[in-house]
Design a protein. Structure first.
Length: 275
């Protein structure tokens, strides 16, 4: 008998994967959590029925949410990830030799623990000496961190449940204040095909908070539509003016200096969302 898992990505769209078996299922304090072993994408982390990451394509998301900002900033030393309990963003952050501290602000401890158990290739860097786990409300952590971080990455689920506050204007103002005077924020901002309202909301809420704002794209097969967006907001440094000669030398699978700049070359329909 064949076993399949289907994520209902919209009322009219789904992603179906043939699976070997379900490795883990539980209801945490905050959400439903599962790890599924799929044939096409390897192990898959699922929260509240939504695919968060898979072993096969996770590198795209985690490289693109981190390296664009960290190579734009001339010397990032302290970096905060809000959400991102799977640890993939942390793995990429500590590839940068300038980083002295990488803080993971995850509300659900079980996401971290289950990822460490079942997704070691993604979560393995969480034991690095430069990494600090801050289990608790990411919104409150940001609010209490004034002028502390060079880069803040908002690695959240879509704006439902515990992640709703991570998309508000008040949160972006708190992020601004938590950053150093030349700090940078990057937030995942959903699909320009099926989440246009979210992209518009993010850019509207950033108006008047950060002087520099850019939308950029990456191709992530297991996310709705396969085309995903990120929003970079900066106090001083513009990613389009970054010097490739200063970029961190490191091993990547998706991100390159050419991809860094090319990701900001938006198709017209996506550019129109942030006009």
């Amino acid at each position: 008998m064949e076993l399949w898992y289907t994520e209902q990505q919209t009322p009219n769209l789904g992603l179906s994967c043939k699976i070997n078996r379900t490795l883990h299922v539980e209801k945490t304090e905050y959400q439903d959590l599962a790890v599924i072993d799929t044939i096409q994408y390897g192990r898959m982390l699922v929260l509240d029925g939504m695919v968060m990451t898979t072993e096969v394509d996770e590198f795209v998301y985690h490289e693109m949410i981190t390296h664009v900002a960290l190579n734009t900033h001339p010397r990032p030393e302290r970096v905060l990830v809000v959400g991102g309990g799977d640890g993939g963003a942390i793995r990429e952050i500590i590839k940068h030799t300038s980083v002295k501290e990488a803080v993971l602000g995850e509300i659900d401890r079980r996401v971290v623990e289950v990822s460490q158990e079942y997704l070691p290739s993604i979560a393995g860097a969480l034991t690095d000496a430069r990494v600090t786990l801050a289990i608790g409300d990411g919104v409150e952590h940001v609010r209490q961190s004034k002028g502390k971080y060079d880069v803040i990455l908002v690695d959240s689920t879509e704006p439902i449940g515990p992640a709703v506050g991570l998309f508000s204007r008040e949160f972006y103002q708190d992020v601004y204040e938590a950053l150093t005077p030349d700090g940078i924020m990057v937030a995942q901002s959903e699909s320009p095909f099926v989440n246009q309202d979210v992209i518009r909301m993010i850019h509207t809420n950033l108006q008047g908070v950060f002087p520099i704002k850019h939308l950029y794209l990456a191709s992530i097969p297991t996310y709705p539509s396969g085309l995903w967006s990120f929003t970079l907001a900066s106090k001083k440094w513009d990613p389009l003016q970054a010097d490739p000669a200063t970029f961190q030398a490191m091993e990547t699978k998706y991100y390159t200096p050419d991809v860094h700049f090319g990701a900001f070359k938006l198709p017209k329909f996506a550019a129109d969302l942030v006009k």
